[in-house]
Design a protein around this ligand. Sequence first.
Ligand code: GLV
Ligand code: GLV
Length: 332
Amino acid sequence: MKPKVYVTRNIPEKGLSLVREACDAEVWEEELPVPREILLEKVQNVEGLLCLLTERIDDKVLVASPRLRVVSNYAVGFNNIDVDICTTRGIFVGNTPDVLTDTTADFAFTLLMAAARRVVEGVDYIRAGKWKTWGPRTLLGQDIHGATLGIIGYGRIGKAMARRACGFDMRVMFYDEYVSGNDAETGATKVDFDTLLAESDFISLHVPLTEETYHFISTAELAKCKPTAVLINAARGPVVDPQALYVALHDGKLAAAGLDVTEPEPVTMDDPLLTLPNCIIVPHIASASVATRDRMAEIAARNLIAGLKGEPLLHCVNKIPFFPKSRDFIIE
Ligand code: GLV
Ligand code: GLV
């Protein structure tokens, strides 16, 4: 008999077909996320769960799913999952790193360029019928070449961002306590946090969302930035305090922002950030290329299937690696 699994959204066929082949799969086919009460009911009899960052996988979900052996997240970030509780219960947690690194960095750089050179304002300007002539002072932005990029979080995506910046003749610095020294490959220099804030013309966030990085960028940090600086967030919305960002952008303490992620998501239509011309907001699409989403689906499927077999996942995020042969040791 095939193991029962629940898939919380219609992920690309490349992954879904693998899941269907190996498992007895039920898929939530709607566009909007599965309601919490339905999720709690659906997980009762499943051994595997393939979910997205829109599902909070916490104590309650795990208690409701006594047979669960693997949670496979269709994302690299896994702040939606209580990994420690999963580990305690002997449940594998998988994610989809690597395949989205370059796609995500491409997009963070897209936001950087669009915010610096006011691309969205330019489009709006034409659509509003304002383009009457070539204006010597119209829509002046910030130069990218020769500018300093400060990368906060120098992991896979942060480093990929640095590589892109090299091609634009930028000076690159990064802040990351987990990286020991300068990066010889990209020439990026390791600096302390205050130096990065004070010297960067562009600041790009590439940290995971944890208790330490919640509202990492708030009023005090924004006050240390250059008023001409541009902030890019393609990491997680709550890494930036949205009210502090609004005030800084509104008061001219920061030139512009490019946000792929918001707090909350989706951004509410009455969020004051939406009223600012110098704030570009897009709906969490940094990894959204056809090829990358296919690869993410395939890895999420393979993680799920490996976990069901008790085999090592391609990408496992449990802090304590383990190979559950039986579920006898689980602490209830
Ligand atoms: C998307 O935000 C991801 O974490 O993959
Ligand atoms: C602008 O288009 C220029 O020719 O300087």
